[in-house]
Design a binder for this molecule. Structure first.
Ligand SMILES: [Zn+2]
Length: 94
């Protein structure tokens, strides 16, 4: 396991790779144990694991269309709730 940790006991690049390749819960115990206690290696680990590619941001037109769509859905639901309330009150006060 000497190639995975450097002289200070911190993860080497090979150690990070070994950690990244390990199945969840199956990382070498020595490495996993060190990462839980070492802020420097946690930082390295976070930086080395690349984030998921993000979806491109919405264009202003798409954002505007989506906002209007959400507004229409919300107003429709409010209207339905109002009609249902009036219908219920009418039924109950018959
Ligand atoms: Zn460390």
């Amino acid at each position: 396991m000497s190639g995975l940790l450097d002289a200070r006991g911190c993860l080497t690049d090979a150690g990070l790779a070994a950690l990244a390749d390990a199945a969840p819960g199956a990382a070498p115990a020595e490495l996993a144990q060190h990462v839980t206690t070492c802020a420097r290696c946690q930082e390295l680990w976070l930086r080395s694991s690349s984030p998921e590619p993000r979806k491109p941001r919405l264009t202003p037109e798409e954002a505007s269309r989506r906002r209007w769509g959400m507004t229409a859905i919300t107003l429709g639901m409010l209207l339905f709730a109002l009609v249902a309330l009036v219908a219920t009150m009418g039924y109950l006060t018959r």
